[in-house]
Design a protein around this ligand. Structure first.
Ligand code: NI
Length: 150
């Protein structure tokens, strides 16, 4: 157990060691996963798994304050699609805090939107964007404001 206090005070944390009973097979799978993903040790992979579960909880709370990214791939020649997507984004300008547009080729566009707000609202916006007719692929990556994570 040790204390670590960062210069800015944000990295203040304590670390505890504890024993965990876990079936051999599950531990072997965990070690395999850690190796595959490039973790340097079991503790780090476990911490990340726990944090990931807490991020899931943040998103499961409809009023939870969350951050995410919406990735969209679409053909900008598709009828009215660019206008529809722009209209949707303007309707939710408070929640869409950044947009990056990349012209992938003469036809296809990639957009990455940074979205923030109550989880329920952010999910609704993402669903509507992704479900817009003509969007070839869309994905919401749900992450965290970091405030509730250590
Ligand atoms: Ni484009």
């Amino acid at each position: 157990m040790f204390d670590s206090v960062g210069i800015d005070g944000y990295n203040s944390f304590m670390t505890k060691r504890f024993g965990v009973s876990i079936p051999d097979e599950l531990l072997a799978k965990l070690d395999k996963l850690a190796k595959k993903k490039g973790y340097s040790n079991r503790s780090e992979v476990l911490r990340d798994l726990v944090r990931d579960r807490f991020v899931e909880e943040e998103w499961a709370t409809p009023a939870g304050e969350v951050v995410g990214t919406v990735t969209l791939v679409y053909n900008h020649h598709a009828h009215d699609l660019s206008d529809k997507l722009a209209d949707l984004q303007h309707s939710h300008f408070q929640n869409i805090i950044s947009t990056t547009h990349i012209h992938l080729d003469p036809h296809n566009c990639l957009e990455v939107l940074v979205v923030r707000g109550k989880s329920q609202k952010v999910k609704e916006i993402a669903d509507r964007l992704i479900a817009t007719k003509g969007v070839k692929h869309g994905k919401l990556v749900m992450t965290s404001t970091g405030k509730e994570l250590v």
